[in-house]
Design a protein around this ligand. Sequence first.
Ligand SMILES: *Cc1c(COP(=O)(O)O)cnc(C)c1O
Length: 234
Amino acid sequence: MSLAEQIARVKEKIAAAAREAGREPEAVTLVAATKVQTSDTIRQAIAAGITACGENRVQEMTAHLEENAYAGARLHFIGHLQTNKVRQVVGRVDLLESVDSARLLQAVEAQAARLDLVQDILLEVNVGGEASKSGVSPDEVPGLARQAMALPHVRLRGLMAIPPVAGSGGNRPFFAKMYQLYVDIRTEMDDNGTVINCLSMGMSGDYEDAVREGATLVRVGTALFGPRPPLHTR
Ligand SMILES: *Cc1c(COP(=O)(O)O)cnc(C)c1O
């Protein structure tokens, strides 16, 4: 199947899962996880209807930006970001999905202030409590959300998660838990859904379940581009 066909297929599945859950298909954005892809492939994906790209490595993203590969699409950063690399990301991406600590939050605020801009962010939640994964624990979400809301140069848009397992419904309880956390911060922040309106969860193996549980952004790589070389899988 061609890349355009794969994109169309994933979009159809997203739309079907949304309708099944009584949601509008337009409420869900397919974010193409473009790690290890070439600038040409990224351009092809955008030409075939991809409206948002997610990058998880600063170096790759910088190289693609230099080649103007993301023209016509929004750019999200979805990988672990070290505080010493915020300069390469803040102000260059539409949404920084992976703010996973108070320290990184402060570093993002400082850099956004330096550039005199407001950076849209999500808080990354380690919803499965896995030692190997970054992200704040579910208990820490309200406190960190309050901190983010108080900062003038970051705008909290919602939450992101990478749950433990994929396939056969295994992550549905984690997606449901994420949806509840998301609704909780929205309610607490007294937001009417115009600013805090992003819930990023679901990857190639489980994006349909994520949509059924309320995801507004799904980050899909393999199901669009095929398997990645083993060295680069994570
Ligand atoms: C690579 C990646 C994805 C997409 O993974 P696939 O299983 O290839 O769909 C999603 N989110 C993040 C943070 C990633 O790094």
